[in-house]
Write a protein that binds this ligand. Structure first.
Ligand SMILES: Nc1ncnc2c1ncn2[C@@H]1O[C@H](COP(=O)(O)OP(=O)(O)OP(=O)(O)O)[C@@H](O)[C@H]1O
Ligand SMILES: [Mg+2]
Length: 231
């Protein structure tokens, strides 16, 4: 079976006027289905830049990115949107829920884009909200929820089209210890059920859940090690 993600000599340069920031430098790596990866590194080391490219939210300046054998460089914007919608569930530090829209509708949204039938959409959203322990909150608005609850909604939304890959950029960054543990428990379960999980964290306690740790420094991978998950 081919690798889920195959990246070679990836570079990302941001240009703001005359200032250039070389945010990723010749990054190469392979990721297979079913991995649980924690990405670590100091602020500004390129973690979010890398995640945004993995999630097809941004394009590399040079280098190659194959996602399940598809060369991302050759894809049109529409094709990239389709890939994002079907293959990737993205979870952000700031939750990024739609305000003034119910929890249920937030979870249904990626399925609306995927043109899923309305009756199935609702059923699936309910099931996912039950799975993340929020069955009693489906008609609430995001601002009526705690941070941990918001992140659970975001996870349910990320799962709605059943993507093989879950990307999470500091998903516990705005949460207290208990809510963080609960969110990590959900990611762990999803990984056991077959999802590949790639998350960014600054916290060693959170990285303990992963089977592989990748450390960035100054746009380069300086450490990449597989390990037993200790949690
Ligand atoms: N849109 C942008 N335009 C210009 N420079 C950017 C942009 N996004 C990121 N950078 C720069 O690229 C470098 C890497 O940023 P990135 O956001 O990937 O870091 P990070 O590892 O996620 O940091 P943090 O832990 O603080 O989230 C930084 O020097 C940053 O200032
Ligand atoms: Mg970041």
């Amino acid at each position: 079976m081919s690798n889920m993600i195959s990246i070679s000599n990836l570079n990302k340069t941001y240009k703001n006027g005359s200032v250039e920031v070389h945010a990723l430098k010749d990054v190469s790596l392979e990721i297979t289905h079913g991995e649980f990866i924690a990405i670590m590194g100091h602020s500004g080391s390129g973690k979010s830049t890398f995640m945004n490219i993995l999630g097809c939210l941004d394009r590399p300046s040079s280098g190659e990115y194959l996602l399940e054998g598809i060369n991302i460089k050759d894809q049109t914007q529409d094709e990239l949107s389709f890939i994002r919608n079907k293959k990737i569930g993205f979870v952000f530090q700031a939750f990024n829920l739609i305000p003034r829209t119910s929890v249920l509708k937030n979870v249904e949204l990626p399925m609306v884009y995927a043109k899923t039938k309305a009756s199935y959409r609702k059923k699936r959203a309910m099931e996912l909200l039950e799975k993340v322990g929020l069955a009693e909150r489906v008609n609430h608005l995001p601002n009526e929820l705690s941070g941990g609850q918001k992140q659970r909604v975001a996870i349910a939304r990320a799962l709605s089209n059943n993507p093989p890959i879950i990307l999470a950029d500091e998903p516990t960054g705005n949460l207290d210890t208990q809510a963080s543990e609960e969110i990590m428990g959900i990611f762990k379960t999803l990984n056991k059920e077959g999802s590949s999980v790639i998350l960014v964290t600054h916290e060693p306690d959170i990285a303990e859940f992963a089977n592989r740790i990748i450390v960035f420094r100054d746009g380069c991978i300086i450490e990449d090690r597989k390990k037993e998950a200790v949690r």
